[in-house]
Design a protein around this ligand. Sequence first.
Ligand code: PCA
Length: 130
Amino acid sequence: MSEDRTLLFIYGTLKTGASNHAVLADQEFIAAVNTIPGSRLYVVADYPGVVKDPTDKHGVQGELWSVDNDALARLDAFEGLPEKLYRRDRVTLASPHESTVVETYYYLRTTRGRRPIISGNWPTDGRLVP
Ligand code: PCA
């Protein structure tokens, strides 16, 4: 048992209204946020993935949530951390959250041949649920 909470930046299917939001929905929404440049968003399947990319100029749009340890463990399993689909690591948000310690899920498989979303906002057609 622990009162610890983690600030999590989410940008894909966990977003409000998106297909997997239920996995996160009982946690605490903080704000709609943007990362600083240096992270690029790709369509990797029917879900997106973020990878670090120094050439990125836009950053990624998403949501900042505060999650408890039980939810974090649930989310880590759901996002395939054991299978090395994603890893969870620090990300820097844009102002006014630039000093906040935040983590996100980085995609670990190849993005070769995958479509980058230059705007940083998934999905590009606005349809959160197919
Ligand atoms: N789920 C996580 C990572 C990508 C995805 O679809 C998220 O929403 O941030």
